[in-house]
Ligand binder design. Structure first.
Ligand code: HEC
Length: 104
């Protein structure tokens, strides 16, 4: 019984310390203020940050078709590969998608 308690306490300690590391500074979109525009906010960002490696997001219809995977890659921080976007830049793309990804 004592052994079990010791193991349980150590496991709980490890589990809480690991889960703290895993949740450090997650990106959470803040979609307040002016709605984002495809032509003014999103397209220029995709062009500078993504089109060097991806030609398949360069038109409205291509980006709109791929929006779910684009969103999750940006939210998880997996893309853009080799660099990072600022929170403001992530918000521009993610909030535009969450707002219905209009051709605006
Ligand atoms: C330096 C090159 C590079 C840049 C810049 C880059 N990517 Fe990628 N991307 C890749 C590679 C390579 C893969 C496929 C390899 C993998 O799955 O890890 C990929 C895969 C993806 C995928 C999943 C597969 C697909 O094609 O649908 C998405 C979505 C994506 N990238 C979105 C983006 C977005 C959005 C940006 C800009 C914010 C971006 N990437 C910038 C290299 C890049």
């Amino acid at each position: 019984m004592k052994k079990f308690l010791v193991v349980a306490v150590i496991s709980i300690g490890l589990w809480t310390s690991c889960s703290k590391i895993a949740t450090t500074d997650p990106y959470v979109p803040t979609c307040t203020g002016t709605a984002k525009s495809y032509s003014k906010d999103v397209a220029p960002l995709i062009k500078t940050s993504c089109s060097g490696c991806h030609q398949n997001f360069s038109t409205y219809s291509q980006l709109s078709t791929n929006r779910n995977s684009v969103r999750s890659m940006i939210v998880s921080g997996q893309m853009p590969q080799g660099s990072t976007l600022s929170t403001t830049q992530k918000d521009a793309i993610v909030c535009w998608i969450d707002n219905g990804a209009s051709n605006n």
